[in-house]
Write a protein that binds this ligand. Structure first.
Ligand SMILES: Cc1cc2nc3c(=O)[nH]c(=O)nc-3n(C[C@H](O)[C@H](O)[C@H](O)COP(=O)(O)OP(=O)(O)OC[C@H]3O[C@@H](n4cnc5c(N)ncnc54)[C@H](O)[C@@H]3O)c2cc1C
Length: 803
């Protein structure tokens, strides 16, 4: 007889694939003894059972790499821990390059691997050929060898995780489908199942490609969509004996490995196939989709080129299994914005086996402690705008995301599908000025202006270099307008507005109306949840400006900490446009457009004015290090104000110019220099959090201050004007890696490439270091503080003009 379903469990895990079983295991390990897992069919019967299950450690960021490294360590010891073999085969992986840009790409990866402590070395084409004798290596230009990569048996890993979890008290219920999720006041209360109701405190939603519909049961957005994913299996062939490394031929969109004496050839073709709604219903158990040889044919041709032995091999099957993809190619982990107690662990983008061990650990950690074991904002469940969750968008975007899996990581590359989801009030004006658009949180945002053709993708100097140079020159020598409208905006209103913000922000928020306050929201660990600028408009009204992609996360954080404070929180992002008018001519332009009073606004103050009869609020501050204002207005007034400013001589500038100028000024940005692993002390932003106490994170911050910074953020200037740093390049001092770059650009005001970096040790100002860019070391100098205008006189220039 089936074991009875409990009436209550502290945590209900939905889904018995790698994500669900790993999460259950880690919950049990972390002391949650009464967690249960509900699987509507049999364990692993969704996507996990047919996974190729390769585990490649290296990712593009330190923490994702760290997370997969955790999976590697876990899988390597699970058999010893549980007595259940997991089929862990650690034969390494070989990445080959057949184009110069791919070679640069894999060299950049190898350089990064060094920084993350992962063994990855460049080898010659001849050595690559030796490691994969069956390969046609005639066009191979170079390769990187990663000896620690491996693969597992997916079902056996899940069995081992389940065995260990059960031994610690966890319970598994197969044949138990979740049919509904009950919530009250936006919080999870219970799950309805085919076998009755279970009340719970939290749900770990690990339902694989079905997670979107499960999330909808609780009113939550889970933007993922399934695509078909193919691999070819052959019967045993000559030349394969024992296990071999995985061969990654990403220029040809292929991964290749041995399988039971034959070959397994999988692909991430340039444009995948989305699966129509309704095809994968609850009866899809250990299911596969139909072979599609027409679709696979171009990949087959690539495979025949790489593996001549395939010509004579007997094909066992063309496996076609479903896998889910998200709009940006990263998975989703953490509590949803919409529903408290609903935690996502899904959207694995075809690296679910590699990620599963570490992602399950982090999900369990988040459920128990409220945050992952280290910053995983790139996988944050709250990072997608609601527009990303539409079926139409997902069906267009997911196939392209599948195709980008093996893309060369060119800087500034944009996705082509799912565009024009959100357009700025000045969209027509920007396009008329030749804007090249990039998508940020769904917004189409000008990256640079004067576009003639599509940009050439390159690791070298981009063909928009001069466009950006012109925009920076305008902002530095005359006046430029940056459209900063996509900033997230939150109005905090009510009698307790000041008290509330004193509680959630680490800076002094009680400044008089008319003030502008740059500060941080910290968590209890004293690290960054967000950095923001607040404008105090009235005693009971503040407008917060947060990062474009941070709005959902920050609004949720504010709402969940508003407790008994008498405040109303309103997302006003779409109601207002923001134009940053920057440069020495800004003062003249303000006078010319009928708003000379802007010149009376002191630094870090704001005030109301009228431009061509339209009400605006101007804050004197600068993200680019020039004199001027960030001018907020109702979105519908933006065209008239913009016209007046441009007619008076301001010229449009885009996001690339803004970013380059930010880096030159040493201004940190969330997601680059700042995240939930970094304290304001390490970031050198102590000035923005100097309050005696009484705010979230105060105790931890005081402790961090007393201990002194363990890591640092610093600027770098490179000697070679032709070097093109991007970010994530290791920094060497006397042969030792001391950190990595976090943002980089060409600094047009100083005429040198510049970067910001995390350093793991303190070094003196002006210390010479080298930067490893794709295997070549470039000389650079560490600079503490801004690289240009170190005393900030440029930013105050126009006050001087008006004075
Ligand atoms: C062909 C192919 C090759 C792959 N190769 C690799 C690889 O080499 N390396 C790698 O890392 N990854 C690979 N992947 C990806 C990897 O297999 C997946 O990312 C991973 O298996 C997803 O695991 P999951 O737990 O998120 O989802 P699933 O395994 O699909 O588990 C979700 C479970 O939720 C259950 N469920 C759904 N709805 C309900 C409900 N209402 N109530 C209860 N239960 C429900 C389902 O029945 C299912 O068992 C590959 C994928 C494919 C398709």
């Amino acid at each position: 007889m089936a074991q009875p379903l409990p009436s209550h469990a502290s945590v209900v895990v939905i889904g018995g694939g790698i994500m669900g079983t790993s999460t259950l295991y880690h919950l049990a390990k972390m002391g949650v003894g009464d967690a249960i897992l509900l699987e509507r069919n049999a364990l692993t019967s969704g996507t996990t059972w047919h996974s190729a299950a390769q585990v490649r450690a290296l990712r593009h960021s330190r923490n994702l790499t760290r997370m997969i490294q955790y999976s590697v360590d876990l899988y390597a010891q699970l058999a010893a821990e549980t007595g259940q073999s997991v089929g862990w085969i650690q034969e390494g992986s070989l990445s080959i390059a057949t184009t110069p840009d791919r070679l640069t790409h894999i060299r950049r990866q190898a350089a990064l691997a060094q920084a993350f402590g992962i063994d990855a070395t460049e080898i010659s084409p001849a050595e690559a050929q030796e490691r994969w004798p069956l390969m046609n290596g005639s066009d191979v230009l170079g390769a990187v060898w990663s000896p620690d990569d491996g693969r597992v048996s997916p079902s056996d890993v899940c069995a081992a995780l389940v065995k260990a979890a059960k031994s610690l008290g966890a319970k598994i219920f197969e044949g138990t489908g979740v049919t509904g999720i009950l919530t009250e006041s936006g919080k999870v209360q219970a799950v309805e199942t085919t076998r009755g109701l279970v009340t719970c405190d939290a749900i770990a939603l690990c339902g694989g490609l079905w997670s979107r519909e499960l999330g909808a049961m609780a009113g939550a957005e889970v933007p993922l969509w399934p695509c078909e994913h193919f691999y070819l299996l052959t019967r045993p062939i000559d030349g394969i004996s024992g296990n071999m490394p995985t061969l990654s031929d990403h220029d040809n969109h292929l991964y290749i490995r041995d399988d039971s004496g034959g070959l397994l050839v999988g692909c991430f073709e340039p444009m995948g196939k989305a699966i129509a709604p309704g095809v994968l219903d609850e009866t899809f158990e250990f299911g596969l989709l139909a072979e599609d040889w027409d679709h696979f044919e171009p990949m087959m041709m690539n495979a025949l080129h790489r593996l001549p032995a395939l010509e004579k091999a007997e094909v066992k099957m063309l496996l076609n299994g479903p896998e889910s993809f998200t709009p940006d190619g990263a998975f989703m982990l953490g509590e949803t914005a919409e529903t408290k107690g609903l935690f996502l662990g899904c959207g694995m983008n075809s690296v679910g086996m590699a990620s599963g061990g570490g992602a399950g650990m982090n999900l369990a950690h988040t459920i128990i402690h409220g945050h992952p074991a280290y910053d995983l904002s790139e996988a944050d469940a709250k990072r997608f705008a609601p527009v990303f969750n539409s079926i139409e968008h997902l069906m267009a975007r997911a196939p392209e995301v599948l195709g980008t899996h093996y893309d060369i990581a060119y800087p500034a590359k944009q996705l082509a599908t799912g565009r024009d989801l959100r357009v700025l009030a000045l969209d027509a004006e920007h396009r008329a000025a030749g804007a090249h658009m990039g998508q940020v949180y769904g917004w189409e945002r000008p990256l640079y202006f004067g576009k003639a053709t599509e940009p050439r993708l390159t690791f070298g100097r981009p063909d928009w270099f001069e466009n950006v140079a012109t925009e920076v020159r305008a902002a530095h020598e005359a006046a430029a307008i940056f459209d900063a409208s996509p900033f997230g905006k939150i109005d905090v209103e009510g009698p307790d507005a000041e008290a509330f913000l004193l509680h959630v922000c680490a800076g002094y928020m009680a400044r008089a109306p008319g003030s502008v306050i740059y500060t941080a929201m910290l968590n209890a660990r004293g690290t960054f949840e967000s950095d923001l600028t607040a404008q105090r408009i009235a005693p009971d009204l503040y407008r917060l400006f947060v990062g474009t992609t941070a709005i959902k996360r920050d609004l949720t954080w504010l709402r969940r900490h508003s407790g008994t404070f008498d405040v109303t929180l309103t997302d006003t992002t779409e109601a207002y446009a923001v134009l940053a008018l920057m440069g020495p001519d800004a003062a003249r332009i303000a006078a010319e457009v009928g708003a000379p009073e802007l010149n009376d606004i002191a630094y870090f103050k704001q005030g109301a004015a009228h431009i061509v009869g339209r009400h605006v609020r101007a804050a004197r501050m600068s993200y680019v290090g020039e004199a001027g204002w960030e001018i907020t207005m109702r979105a519908e007034n933006a065209p008239a104000v913009y016209r007046a400013l441009t007619e008076a001589g301001a010229t449009p500038a885009g996001l690339f110019a803004q970013t380059a100028m930010r880096i030159e000024k040493g201004f940190c940005a969330m997601g680059h220099e700042l995240d939930s692993d970094v304290t304001p002390i390490a970031a050198g932003l102590d000035f923005a959090v100097h309050k005696s106490g009484g705010f979230i994170g105060a105790t931890a911050l005081a402790q961090a201050r007393a201990e002194g910074a363990q890591s640092h953020i610093a600027s770098l200037v490179l000697d070679d004007v032709n070097a093109v740093p991007l970010d994530h390049e290791p920094i060497y001092l006397d042969g030792t890696i001391i950190g990595e770059t976090t943002s980089a650009a060409f600094g047009h005001r100083i005429g040198r490439p510049v970067a910001l970096a995390h350093l793991r040790q303190g070094v003196d100002d002006q210390t010479p270091v080298t930067l490893d860019i794709a295997g070549t070391h470039y000389a650079a100098k560490i600079i503490h503080g801004p690289i240009c205008d170190r005393t900030g006189v440029w930013m105050r220039r126009s006050s001087a003009v008006s004075a």
